[in-house]
Every structure is written in structure tokens, then in C-alpha cells.
Design a protein around this ligand. Structure first.
Ligand code: PLP
Length: 485
């Protein structure tokens, strides 16, 4: 890094981004980008000699930006958001600028300490029981994604069980999730070596709002125990990806305790809402869980990437994941021994960025009250959209809108219209996205095609939601939803 050119080049990038954000709502949210489109525009090998930053930025502007899906557009309502903010950007810039690597305390004492402070702050904000915080005997770590966090908790649960059962016991261990749980649990179970046949997907239904019921999990667990299997791990989700459903944490926690099952609470998306007291009942019973995770990089104004993982027993995690090669061992007394956190033993990778800096800047810049107001604004906008749908007899809301995700579809007009209506809803989504005026994604539940409108963009205002409602109505007419009976 050359301090003489650093300021100029960095300012050029910031000016570039400021221009981008100023106009982002005027760009088609998802322009067409055919496979291979960039190969025809870019050379097939890197330049031999370095180029100037302004030349590179010019290429970004010409070739990359026009083909981007604009996740930061206020009209991006797909998947879940990946929030960006000034504080998130500042925090990420500080992190990447300082570029320290806190894999052990010795390698980066103060970065390690900041992570501990931030994880306790965040845990308090989302209303976690003290047992997940460092001062309560638990602790937290910042991962890049929920997927990584889940793999680590599965590894910890597995390690604990195999020390009891012996290694061949892996064939008897079972993981439980619902048909609404994120696919990361299946992937994680495969990564840690569990047989695919030992993954139970428990059905949910509209009757429970697509959340698990303790009875359905109990039945599955008891059937497995009766056939000599050993329940290992259960995922409870607060805010599922497809529909925003919530599993009953307390009921599942009591069941998990009775059977010695590791309970993980996945609040990747809705964890951000848990900072508001009116949503905290959704994690009632969290004291019965072994681990909890949520993603500030979704709906918490924290630029990619950032996932909080808390565990009640850090030792369970570290005994599964720790290694002690000589080249990483600590030589000073304050960097070794009990109570020292070496984050390499809390995650998969060794090297890791200084994510704590980013989250700390976000928390300080916006504060608890600012973040609660931010979340509530989206919840209100989602409510507005839901009410507009309900007031229009052509649409139905598919699952209860618990946070800021609205799931809807055009209703069948007649009994037996199902397939035709699915086709219509699919065409409606394609037409909305092709307009470039908004972007949404879909889900399928009970065999029905459902459109998901996830409100939560950092720049989204009620006018964007209202315009999108107009767009949905307009496109519904275009695709023939208004055809006479
Ligand atoms: N869990 C839930 C409920 C999610 O909604 C998502 C992503 O949307 C994930 C897990 C996966 O998160 P990540 O992309 O951080 O691995």
C-alpha cells in the first residue's frame, strides 16, 4: 500500500460508489445478463503491466454495473436483503484497511477482545439469555455465513456424541429439521460425514403457520429411538427463508433436553427483528438451546459478510475444532491458558477478517434505538403491502407476515384451477422482474407457487413499496389474471 497514492485512489472509489448509490433506484433492478456476456467484452488474460485506477473504474462502469443485479436498489425485494450502510462500509473499510488477522489472541489481542465485546453487545440486543454471553459462561464468534456456523455446531454436537458412542456411532446419529429449514442443515450434515439417510425432514403445515410442532418432532425422535438410533441435533428456525415461519423454541428445547439433543436456533434473517421487544417472544425458551445464530449481513445494516454464532458451551465447540500446531502456539502467559479465546478454534478456517470492527462501527453509529426504528420501518411497510393484497380479492397472503416478508399469490378462481394459477403466478413474477421496476423471488409450498416480497432494503421507502404494488396489479392484468370467469 503506497500512502502517497492511497488517498487519491480510495477517494476515486468512494466517489464512484457515491454516484452509484445516488442513481441506483433508476437502474433496472435485474438487467439481462446472458451467460458468457462478460467474456466477449474482457481480454482473455490479465494485463502484463498494472493499469491506472481510473481506467479500471471506467471498465467497471461500462461492463459490470449495467449487468449487475442491484441488491442495493430500494426496489430489490428478492431472497433476503444484503444490507449496506455508510457505517457498514466504514467498518468494513477499517477492517480491510487495518487488515489484521485475529485467529489467535496472540495474533491480534485487541481484535479478539473487540469480538468478545461485540458478541456480548449483540447477544444482549437480541435478548439472548446470559448463558450465551461471555460473562455468563458462553460466548460468541463472527462467522462469514450461517452455513459455516451450522457446520461448526454440527461438528461440536457430533464430537460430543461420538466421544460417548465411539466412531462407528456416526451411523446411528440423526439430525432433525423441518421442511422449511434452510438447506444448509442438510449440507452441513453431509460435510460432517453423517449418512444422508439419517437426516429427518419433518413436515409442517398451514395449520401451524408452517412452523414445527413439538408433537411431530417427538414422534420422529421416538420412532428413531425405538429403532436403536440416537437423536443428535435439531434445528429450530425463527423466520424461515421461504415463508418467515417460526418454530416453537421452548417446546423444542424441552424435547431436546429430554433426549440430549443439540438444539440450534437459526435466526439468520429474523434475528435482526429480535432486537425489538415485541418480537422477542419468538425466542422464548432460548435458554434451552445449545447454539443460536443470526446474520447482521441480511437486515442489520452490516455489509457482507457477517454471521453471529453464540454457544452456551464454548468448550463443546473448541474441543471439536481446536488444533495446536507449534507455529500457532502462544508463548506469553497472557496469551495462553484457560479463558483465552483463540477464534481459530471456533470456526473452520484459520485466517479470518476483523469482522468485529465492522459490526462495532454499525452498533455505535446507529445504536439500539436507531436499529429498532430501522427494523420497525420495514415491518410497517410489509404490513402496508400485506393489507393492500388482502383488500384486493384477486390475491391471497400465503403465510402470516410475522416480520417483513410477505408471501402471496393470485388466487384460483375455481376449484381445480391449481395448475393454471401456478402458471399465472409464475408469469406474474417473471413479468414483474422483467420490467426492471422491482425484483422478487419465489417459493413453493404445499405444491403451490408463491411470490416472496422481502422488504428490508436500506434505501427502501414506502413509495417504493407502493409503486411495487401498482406494478404487481398492472402485471397481474397483463398476464391475464383479470380475465372474466
Ligand atoms: N438460514 C436461514 C433462515 C436463511 O434465510 C439463510 C439465508 O437466507 C441461511 C440460513 C443461510 O445463510 P448464509 O447465506 O449466511 O449461509
Amino acid at each position: 500500500l503506497n500512502p502517497d497514492t492511497f488517498t487519491g485512489e480510495s477517494c476515486a472509489v468512494i466517489n464512484f460508489l457515491a454516484d452509484y448509490y445516488r442513481d441506483v433506484d433508476t437502474y433496472p433492478v435485474q438487467p439481462e445478463a446472458m451467460p458468457g456476456c462478460l467474456r466477449t467484452l474482457l481480454p482473455d488474460a490479465p494485463p502484463e503491466n498494472g493499469e491506472q485506477m481510473d481506467v479500471i473504474l471506467e471498465e467497471v462502469w461500462r461492463h459490470i454495473v449495467p449487468a449487475l443485479t442491484h441488491w442495493q436498489s430500494p426496489k430489490f425485494f428478492g431472497y433476503f436483503q444484503a444490507n449496506a450502510s455508510t457505517a457498514g462500509f466504514a467498518g468494513e473499510t477499517l477492517s480491510t484497511g487495518l487488515n489484521v488477522v485475529p485467529f489467535t489472541r496472540a495474533a491480534s489481542p485487541v481484535a479478539t477482545e473487540l469480538e468478545g465485546v461485540v458478541m456480548d453487545w449483540m447477544g444482549k440486543l437480541v435478548g439472548l439469555p446470559d448463558r450465551f454471553l461471555f460473562f455468563g459462561g458462553g460466548g460468541g464468534v463472527l462467522h462469514g455465513s450461517t452455513c459455516e456456523a451450522v457446520v461448526c455446531t454440527l461438528a461440536a454436537a457430533l464430537d460430543r456424541a461420538l466421544s460417548r458412542l465411539g466412531h462407528e456411532g456416526i451411523l446411528r446419529l440423526v439430525v432433525y429439521a423441518s421442511d422449511q429449514s434452510h438447506s444448509t442443515f442438510q449440507k452441513g450434515a453431509r460435510i460432517v460425514g453423517m449418512p444422508r439417510s439419517n437426516f429427518r425432514v419433518i413436515r409442517t403445515s398451514a395449520a401451524s403457520g408452517y412452523g414445527l410442532t413439538a408433537a411431530s418432532v417427538r414422534d420422529a425422535v421416538e420412532a428413531d429411538v425405538a429403532s436403536g438410533l440416537v437423536p443428535l441435533y435439531l434445528c429450530a428456525t425463527v423466520g424461515t427463508t421461504g415463508l418467515g415461519a417460526v418454530d416453537p423454541v421452548r417446546d423444542l428445547g424441552e424435547l431436546a433436553r429430554r433426549h440430549g439433543i443439540w438444539l440450534h436456533v437459526d435466526a439468520a434473517y429474523a434475528g435482526s427483528a429480535l432486537i425489538c421487544p415485541e418480537f422477542q417472544h419468538h425466542i422464548d425458551g432460548a435458554e434451552l438451546a445449545d447454539s443460536v445464530s443470526m446474520n447482521p449481513h441480511k437486515w442489520f445494516l452490516t455489509n457482507m459478510d457477517c454471521c453471529c454464532l453464540w454457544v452456551a458451551s464454548p468448550a463443546a465447540l473448541t474441543s471439536a475444532l481446536s488444533t495446536n500446531p507449534e507455529y500457532l502456539s502462544n508463548v506469553t502467559e497472557e496469551s495462553a491458558g484457560a479463558g483465552v479465546v483463540d477464534y481459530k478454534d471456533w470456526q473452520i478456517a484459520l485466517s479470518r477478517p476483523f469482522r468485529a470492527m465492522k459490526l462495532w462501527v454499525v452498533l455505535r453509529r446507529y445504536g439500539g434505538a436507531g436499529m429498532r426504528a430501522y427494523v420497525r420501518r420495514h415491518v410497517e411497510m410489509a404490513k402496508w403491502f400485506e393489507q393492500a393484497l388482502e383488500a384486493d380479492g384477486r390475491f391471497e397472503v400465503v403465510a402470516p407476515t410475522r416480520f417483513s416478508l410477505v408471501t402471496f399469490r393470485l388466487r384460483p378462481r375455481h376449484e381445480g384451477d391449481g395448475d393454471a394459477v401456478d402458471g399465472l403466478n409464475r408469469r406474474l413474477l417473471v413479468a414483474v422482474n422483467a420490467s426492471g421496476r422491482a425484483f422478487m423471488t419465489h417459493f413453493v409450498v404445499d405444491g403451490k407457487f408463491v411470490i416472496r416480497m422481502a422488504v428490508g432494503g436500506a434505501m427502501t421507502e414506502i413509495r417504493h413499496v407502493q409503486d411495487t404494488w401498482e406494478l404487481v396489479r398492472e402485471k397481474a392484468e397483463e398476464v391475464g389474471a383479470l380475465l372474466k370467469d
